[in-house]
Design a protein around this ligand. Sequence first.
Ligand code: ADE
Ligand code: ZN
Length: 326
Amino acid sequence: MIPLPKVELHLHLEGAAPPAFIRGLAQEKHMDLSGIFDDRGNYRFTDFWQFLKVYEAATGTLQRPEDYARLTTAVLEESAASGVVYSECFLSPDFCGNRDLSAWREYLHAIREAADAAERDLGITLRGIVTCIRHFGPDKARQSALCAAETAGDWITGFGIAGDEKVGRPADFAWSFDLAREAGLRITAHAGEWGGPDSVRAALADLRPERIGHGVRAIEDLALVDELAEKGVVLEVCPGSNIALGLYPTWRQHPIGQMYDRGVKVTISTDDPPFFHTTMAREYDRLAEAFDWDEGVFRTIAQTSLAAAFCDEATRARIAKTLEPA
Ligand code: ADE
Ligand code: ZN
């Protein structure tokens, strides 16, 4: 493992649930989820759309705030073991309390308690980004944005959109993003994963994000790549996720190397690590191999990530100390 402190900006909390953890919850609740696992016990899917179905079925076992508290602890243990010192996770009121504000507050309270304990015990800091789900539609997104706006603060620091990029248009979600921005939340949006450069342009124009989740397909239009570099838009790149889902055949063919060389602010994350058989440690190892990146590159990327983190300045300064070479 490359022994460097790591900063992760793009992690779906439910998507970080190990399959054994979800199987355990399913057993406790007498739910038959055998269809979503293969005979080795891993999540079973062959493409992104099946992945979304398996993800949502697995998430169906997370029915109480305590389930999310246990999940948060398990996820942060894994991240800390990879050397992550600061992480931002996506959370959805769609899954936590069915977009009911008082239930959402209860889920959030449980997650924060677990995160605070992990910070004390493991030295890893977590912040939350509320995300709406594109294929659930703009009406549900509005309810999620209202939950986000009501709980914006020092822990819920951002608002975003995930889900099926092929469904709907970013403009359909502009109201939700405007509300979140007015509540002081920082903005990120998934784009340029299953949609091409036009999808990235639409997200930039209509949602005005500081960061783009993935954004890798901007590489199909070099003028857009240069625009991202010039404007300083940060890409939350998840190479192992892209490769596992078949966007690129090999690590060497992943565009992160070219984007970095062209001056785009790229960062490294895992997205949904157990689904894609990855960890932050593995992402670093594979990228070092594929692009011959040395410690200097990874230190630069960690600094870029921390600068783009949605935390307050006191937290950023505290984490910056942990990134300094010993
Ligand atoms: N939700 C969880 N993982 C996702 C991904 N890679 N793209 C879009 N939505 C997601
Ligand atoms: Zn994602």
